[in-house]
Design a protein around this ligand. Structure first.
Ligand code: BES
Ligand code: ZN
Ligand code: ZN
Length: 501
């Protein structure tokens, strides 16, 4: 996708479509729509008066212009009622416009960036939101089709701004582009089938990200993970012929030595359940069990491209969970890196085992804050569905920041409790703890299990089992990987970078 800023008068732009936003239930057209309407002989006003243009979110009305103005089409994009306006509506409207125009074979679209008086938002932010909506909404995963009937979709997105707003809009577009491309990278990794997204493939992507952005990278092989004592990770990995990889990416954007933020991502490249094998129905979805790892690699890419003034480490233990003659068994006892012993009740509760060691590692390297992201429990999907990510914490201040970052991204976070009373559920008869706490409150006991491997470091755990991959199109996402919560993590790093300086 090509993105650029144009400062010509909108009606003079030679473009496939000129897109203009419009609030719901507003019979008075905005200044721009009004002047376009005049050029088109009142065509837009007629559509509004007849109720064909209502302005609802996602509503897209395409009007051919003939030869009256330079743009081939005018597209009126609804952004809902002004009183209920949320910034995410701009993303959704931009996405809907792109999807509709792509279907019609339009190649380039030019969005008129609305003034601050209209949205109440800074023009730069609006530019960012349009870019994100267009970039996320136009993205699709077509890699494995050998013929393509749908064409390439939208190839260029232009933002139309006044001369005096050019710098602001250009900066917003650039931020939006970086964030969108990082989220789309996460989506691509999640959609990749597990035979193309093995632990070693995740390493290749992490290496590419590190080379392009000058990040430090370390990749620990099985032997080095043994030396580190990551026995819980290795126990999960031992059933697969695809060797585990522990990836550490470091971005230094602040002059201090502190690791301000460690991003830990679950990366089970395929979760068959292991010996506690999953039912075969829908098992193919478990190629997405590396979404947490994908999101933290993607986030650190954007954080570095945005040059945020913060030091961030991304930690990803990539493994494959398969049954075999060498796989771990239910009943096994594993001594984790921290020294705690875990009784393996289910080899399908593998994510928490891999995270246990990586969280211990994050503590050992002195991270000041830890956020982990994991497609951890089916219980979280039952609780929150595909709409909200479960958030768990030992630090209210940090989770509030995460929630706010999520709200800004349009990636909702819902905090769940972590009462000590639930810990009863994962007491073991033979080891310090067991890896399953029963069906009741399954997302909570999984989070508490993780907390056993975090000291007093402020920590947030995000269970994205329901949100990292969705079963049907929603907002600017298409069925499949969403990239959640990569954009939230970028917003969080941005907010923290303002706090720590
Ligand atoms: N990867 C799954 C969780 C999951 C389920 C992610 C659905 C996305 C969609 C995880 O490793 C798992 O299998 N969890 C078990 C835990 C149980 C054995 C305690 C679960 O949720 O059933
Ligand atoms: Zn599992
Ligand atoms: Zn899993």
């Amino acid at each position: 996708m090509l993105y650029k800023v144009i400062t010509k008068p909108p009606m003079d732009i030679k473009t496939g479509a000129l897109a203009v936003f419009c609030f719901q239930d507003n019979k008075n057209l905005s200044q721009l729509l009004d002047s376009i309407d005049k050029q088109l002989g009142g065509a837009i006003k007629l559509l509004v008066d007849s109720g064909e243009i209502k302005g609802k979110i996602g509503e897209v009305t395409v009007i051919h212009t003939g030869t009256k103005i330079a743009p081939g089409r005018v597209v009126v994009c609804g952004i809902g009622k002004q009183q209920q306006f949320r910034q995410d509506f701009i993303r959704q409207a931009a996405s809907s416009a792109c999807k509709m125009l792509a279907k019609k074979g339009v190649k380039d679209v030019s969005f008129a960036v609305p003034d601050k008086e209209i949205t109440g938002l800074d023009t730069g932010l609006v530019a960012q939101l349009i870019t994100e909506g267009a970039g996320l909404g136009s993205w699709s995963f077509k890699k494995y089709f050998t013929s393509d009937d749908d064409g390439n979709g939208i190839e260029a997105v232009n933002l139309v701004a006044r001369d005096i707003e050019k710098d602001e809009v250009t900066a917003g577009l650039e931020t939006g582009r970086i964030i969108t491309e990082s989220a789309n990278l996460a989506r691509e990794m999640v959609n990749e089938p597990a035979n193309y997204m093995k632990p070693a493939d995740m390493v290749l992507i992490a290496k590419k990200v590190s080379e392009e952005n000058n990040l430090e990278i370390e990749v620990f092989e099985r032997e080095q993970m043994e030396e580190l004592g990551m026995r819980a990770v290795l126990a999960v990995a031992q059933g697969s012929n695809n060797p585990p990889k522990f990836i550490k990416l470091t971005y230094r954007g602040s002059s201090g030595d502190d690791i301000d933020l460690a991003l830990v991502g679950k990366a089970v490249t395929f979760d068959s359940g292991g010996i506690s094998i999953k039912p075969s129905e829908k098992m193919e979805a478990m190629k997405m069990d590396m979404a947490g790892g994908a999101s933290v690699i993607s986030a650190i890419k954007a954080i570095s491209e945005l040059k945020l003034k913060i030091n961030v480490v991304a930690l990803v233990a990539a493994v494959e969970n398969l049954p075999s003659g060498t796989a771990q068994r239910p009943g096994d006892v594993v001594k984790a890196m921290s020294g705690k012993t875990i009784e393996v009740i289910s080899t399908d509760a593998e994510g928490r085992m891999t995270l246990a060691d990586v969280l211990t590692y994050a503590g050992k390297i002195g991270a000041k804050r830890i956020v982990d992201v994991a497609t951890l429990t089916g219980a979280c999907v039952i609780a929150l569905g595909e709409v909200a990510t479960g958030a768990f914490t030992n630090n209210q201040e940090l989770v509030e920041m995460v929630k706010q970052a999520g709200e800004k991204a349009g990636e909702y976070m819902w905090q769940m409790p972590m009462y000590d009373e639930y810990k009863e559920q994962y007491k073991s008869d033979v080891a310090d703890i067991k890896n399953v706490g029963g069906r009741d409150g399954g997302a909570i006991t999984a989070a508490l299990f993780l907390s056993e491997f975090v000291d007093s470091t402020p920590w947030v755990h995000l269970d994205v089992a329901g949100t990292a991959m969705i079963g049907k199109d929603r907002k600017y996402w298409s069925k499949g990987g969403t990239g959640v919560p990569a954009r939230t993590l970028v917003n969080l790093a941005e907010a923290l970078s303002r706090e720590i300086k």
